[in-house]
Design a protein around this ligand. Structure first.
Ligand code: HXC
Length: 287
């Protein structure tokens, strides 16, 4: 499926920004992550996407590769982020086939809407395990590779251009900043994801690795918004009214935030959370 470039990338970025670089992304066939990977690949990089569903993952990889002639995108399916060994093997395969791992996105997540009264402890644990433990396992699998990449780029932050590597992004949410009904499990898991990212920034900063969180707000066309937003026009209008920028975001706006953090422009940004939500969480309105 071909996606027009303006849907996943602002024209401000320079072609070739990520030439010869490799991105490892869990949940890479999902709506948001696939656009982040598309943007990276369109700007010269190669990628490996990880997922539980083999068919969806392989198709996702093929679709992403179509954005640039010569792009290499591997889809590794049948990987459950709750299993550290599976992730370590996937990272090894990515490094072997693509020549290393320079960038990583921990994007795999599980979610459903449920009031606490109907949320079993196993349901709570499932989401904690996929989102929080899965992000931790992803970090553990890729960090040795990111350290190597950062070491191979001793001039990070001083040379400009594409001399970057050793960067990690965790995909979070805004539920735990503003409060969101029916999301006790996800809010708890994403709070943990934020802290894992901060820990990576602190412990791996000395090796030249940066780590940041991107917290998407209400983004149009995502599975989350389809479930969270009530579908009638009046509810959608009311939800947009609570957002200071007056609209839902586009997946491109998450991809652009990713390119910024991965580019040399973001070289001194680490241990941070980039909320991309039109200032929505500041109003504390549930959307
Ligand atoms: C209450 C539910 C439930 C629901 C599952 N469970 N769905 N409880 N309401 N709608 C309970 C089950 O009954 C079970 O508890 C426990 O959760 C585990 O269910 P399994 O199906 O065995 O788990 P698993 O196969 O590992 O599936 C994980 C999952 C599933 C999270 C439950 O939804 C999933 O795999 N999702 C992946 C895709 C996804 O959700 N993507 C959305 C990402 S979007 P018991 O007690 O019965 O054993 C996103 C952005 C925000 O994250 C979205 C906002 C909505």
């Amino acid at each position: 499926m071909s996606v027009p470039r303006e849907k996943f990338l602002s024209p401000v970025w320079r072609d070739g920004l990520f030439n010869n670089k490799v991105l490892f992304c869990t949940g890479g066939a999902g709506t948001i992550c696939s656009m982040q990977v598309r943007a990276f690949v369109a700007l010269g990089g190669n990628a490996c996407i990880i997922g539980r569903n083999p068919q969806k993952t392989e198709e996702g990889a093929k679709n992403i590769a179509a954005v640039r002639p010569g792009a290499k995108v591997i889809g590794i399916g049948n990987v459950d982020v709750r299993d550290p060994k599976m992730l370590a093997n996937a990272a090894e395969r990515c490094a072997k086939e693509l020549g290393g791992i320079d960038f990583a996105i921990a994007g795999a997540a599980g979610n459903f809407l449920a009031p606490m009264a109907q949320l079993s402890s196993n349901a709570f644990k499932s989401v904690m395990d996929i989102d929080a433990l899965g992000s931790y396992n992803t970090a553990k699998a890729v960090l040795p590779h990111l350290v190597k990449s950062a070491k191979n780029n001793p001039n990070v932050g001083t040379t400009g251009l594409s001399g970057t590597g050793g960067r990690m992004i965790f995909i979070s949410a805004t539920f735990h900043y503003k409060g969101q009904p029916l999301q006790a499990h996800v809010a708890a898991a994403k709070a943990a994801v934020d802290q894992i990212s901060h820990a990576v920034a602190i412990e791996y900063g000395p090796y030249g690795v940066t780590s940041n969180v991107i917290s998407p707000g209400p983004i149009a066309g995502t599975e989350g918004m389809e479930r969270l937003a009530k579908s009638d026009d009046a509810s959608v209008k009311a939800s947009k009214k609570q957002i200071p920028l007056g609209r839902w975001g586009e997946v491109r706006e998450i991809a652009d935030a990713t390119v910024y953090l991965f580019s040399d422009a973001g070289s001194y940004v680490s241990g941070n959370t980039l909320v991309v939500d039109g200032a929505s969480w500041r109003t504390s309105g549930a959307n």
